[in-house]
Design a protein around this ligand. Structure first.
Ligand code: PMP
Length: 436
């Protein structure tokens, strides 16, 4: 692709001398010639070091639900900082935020933390402490953060590596995890109730949790089939297993009350991050009060120096204000739908088989298939190379989804109808160029 302009290249090379591979998260590395240096964001746009503007559909991997540098959020954060940011005590704002989260998301109690990884890590500990059990089920392709326990068959699992559906293999996503960790993790294909029932029957007494991304936000927004989440809920109820919904991507985005509201299913523990703070580091673990009260000083640990810090809390309060008072979710649904329909038409006209999956505020595109995939294995049937080529063409022309087809297109309140129209024009050009 060669996305870097001259200044970007220079800065990237400078970065690479002091930051491994020039990035502070491996997911941001697109290779030595395409990894960007971004200097500014506003609304739906970001600008690189050469001043090139992109319409941004990555949105920092999802968080910027209102758009970059959203004034109401910045004002609240600015104001909050003037009174100090960290006290190692509870602040009135933390209480207000917990109350509002509990109400909006249908939670008994809430603990604040800073990142999705911290939230899922603590949720798993609470589930284990609550049940006195150690193993857990997750689903292939689901990403729950950088914790050792979750780094099996998560984002980036190569096709053909997971073994047979009936006896899946845990694919270790990184070196540096003790081999023994794998025994605690059972990976299953998403959307397969029969295999789930079998696994639960075989391991019920050992299972602390079933953790699920209710929509596969790390595999092209694959949707749960009717009855799948319900089956998890009911198996958890039957066997005293904790259902953990990882709403780090879906929270505040698919509905104000997240996927729990969208699908009408209540989990025992829920994790939130991303859209909760519109780009500021703030996250939460919530759930039923009796489960959350497993946390006990000196007995069951949850902590963090920056948990509930004033900046993250102010950002979350301001974001919630906008989400509650303005028609944000309606708008990102409407604009997302416009975009999905337009992209679909262009692909149909170009004779490229495709499936669009997921809800409009975070949808995926899989090329070369007639039906939306139902799990990571069927996602791998898609033409990922063609997708990458089209996305490379988009980036060259100033529209930026992720080049990895697993990552959904994210909509923000700042994406206008004009931005969607411009995106569609550019998409048509990129498709035409890729077909050549
Ligand atoms: N859970 C899910 C579903 C995620 O998508 C992510 C991040 N993409 C995480 C957890 C981890 O969140 P963070 O990067 O904030 O640690």
């Amino acid at each position: 692709m060669g996305l870097q302009g001259e200044k970007t290249r220079e800065m990237f090379q400078r970065a690479s001398r002091v930051i491994p591979h020039g990035v502070n998260s491996n997911f941001r590395y697109w290779g030595d010639e395409d990894t960007l240096i971004i200097t500014r964001g506003e609304g739906a746009y970001i600008w690189d070091a050469d001043g090139k503007r992109y319409i941004d559909y990555r949105l920092g991997f999802g968080p910027l639900i209102l758009g970059h540098a959203y004034p109401a959020v910045l004002e609240r954060v600015n104001q909050a900082m003037q009174s100090g940011t960290l006290f190692a005590w509870t602040s009135p704002q933390e209480i207000e935020l917990a109350e509002r989260l509990a109400k909006v998301c249908g939670l008994g109690m809430v603990r604040l933390t800073n990142t999705g990884t911290e939230a899922t890590m603590h949720a798993l500990r609470i589930a284990r402490a609550h049940t006195g059990r150690e193993r857990f089920i997750k689903f292939e392709g689901q990403y729950h953060g950088m914790v050792d326990y979750f780094m099996y068959s998560s984002a980036g699992t190569p096709p053909g590596s997971m073994g047979p559906r009936e006896s899946t293999k845990n694919v270790q996503m990184t070196r540096g995890i003790p081999a023994a960790i794998s025994q605690y993790v059972i990976n299953l294909p998403f959307n397969d109730v029969e295999l789930l029932e079998k696994a639960v029957a075989a391991h019920a007494d050992e299972l602390a949790a079933i953790i699920v991304e209710p929509i596969l936000g790390n595999v092209a927004s694959i949707m749960p089939q009717a009855g799948f989440l319900e089956a998890i809920r009911s198996l958890c109820d039957q066997h005293g297993i904790m259902m953990i919904m990882d709403e780090v991507k879906t929270g505040f985005r698919v509905a104000l009350g997240g996927a729990q509201q969208y699908f009408g299913i209540q989990a025992d523990l829920v994790t939130y991050a991303k859209s909760m703070g519109n780009g500021f580091p703030i996250a939460a673990i919530g759930g039923k009060s009796e489960v959350m009260m497993t946390i006990e000083p000196g007995v069951v640990a949850h902590g963090g120096t920056y948990s509930g810090n004033a900046v993250g809390v102010a950002a979350a309060l301001a974001t919630l204000d906008v989400l509650e008072k303005e028609s944000v979710i309606e708008t990102i649904n409407q604009r997302g739908q416009l975009l999905m329909s337009g992209l679909g038409e262009i692909l149909t006209d170009a004779g490229i088989p495709h499936a669009l999956s997921g809800p409009p505020p975070m949808f995926g595109i899989v090329l070369g298939v007639e039906q939306p995939p139902t799990d990571l294995r069927s996602f791998h049937d898609g033409d990922l190379d063609l997708y990458e080529e089209i996305c490379a063409g988009l980036c060259e022309r100033g529209v930026q989804p992720d080049i990895d087809a697993r990552e959904p297109w994210f909509l923000s309140y700042s994406h206008s109808e004009a931005d969607i129209a411009e995106t569609l024009t550019i998409f048509e050009e990129a498709v035409r160029a890729a077909k050549k």
